[in-house]
Design a binder for this molecule. Structure first.
Ligand SMILES: C[S@@+](CC[C@H](N)C(=O)[O-])C[C@H]1O[C@@H](n2cnc3c(N)ncnc32)[C@H](O)[C@@H]1O
Length: 205
């Protein structure tokens, strides 16, 4: 079964399970975005659009793209679209090959997607490609530290990865593969720092 199929099954339960579990950490991370006034935002793996509730109340991007692989999740995000005070394009697409032109966005949001996809380095490379020079990537996800002993999470990752999300992803090697990106913030947000809030900036040249 593919992730598209499993997230189709998760879609009706997703908000129920994830909204309370991630709410405060999500809000803390989204506050890093600032007002986004006049900026173009891309939300990669937008899912049911949980971020849209906060964004609608606190930000004014000039435009927002929401990309997801799973139609059932996008349908839920579409229900939130009516309450968005900014233009929002919901697009069915793959985070590892984004249907967005190069240097089109000022800010890319990667919430709970890098640990989900099978090739997270491709998602980070794509996020970097669609960013303008000087643009930002804001991440909220669970990452192990390089070499961290986490035997259960490492052992269960193949199974959990097929169902919903991997639990053995390390962030540092992903960043090392993107020399245009520099880390400007890295803070623990949830579960004793397993979930981190990270901001990256793309170089100006
Ligand atoms: C854990 S959910 C996160 C949703 C949302 N970002 C949030 O914070 O609640 C992961 C989402 O990634 C989507 N997804 C999985 N693989 C993807 C891919 N290759 N490209 C785009 N979206 C993908 C799933 O359909 C699901 O909606």
């Amino acid at each position: 079964m593919s992730l598209k199929h499993t997230y189709t099954l998760w879609a009706p339960l997703y908000d129920l399970a994830l909204r309370p579990a991630t709410g405060p950490a999500r809000a803390r991370n989204l506050a890093e975005l600032g007002t986004l006034e006049g900026e173009r935002l891309a939300i990669i793996g937008i899912g049911s659009g949980l971020d849209l509730d906060w964004l609608a109340a606190h930000t004014q991007p000039a435009h927002c793209f929401g990309i997801d692989l799973t139609r059932a999740m996008l349908r839920r995000a579409a229900q939130r679209q009516a309450h968005c005070p900014f233009p929002l394009d919901l697009i069915e697409g793959d985070a590892m090959a984004l249907p967005i032109a190069t240097a089109r966005c000022d800010v890319v949001l990667l919430h709970l997607i890098l640990a989900v996809v099978p090739q997270p380095h491709r998602v980070l490379a794509e996020a970097c490609r669609i960013l303008k020079p000087g643009g930002r990537i804001v991440i909220f996800d669970k990452f192990l530290r390089p070499g961290q002993r986490a035997p259960l999470r490492r052992a269960l990752s193949p199974l959990l990865g097929a169902l919903a999300t991997r639990t053995n992803v390390e962030f540092e090697p992903l960043l090392a593969a993107q020399p245009e990106l520099c880390c400007t913030r890295d803070e623990p947000l949830l579960a004793n720092g397993w979930f981190r809030g990270i901001t990256l900036q793309k170089s100006l040249t």
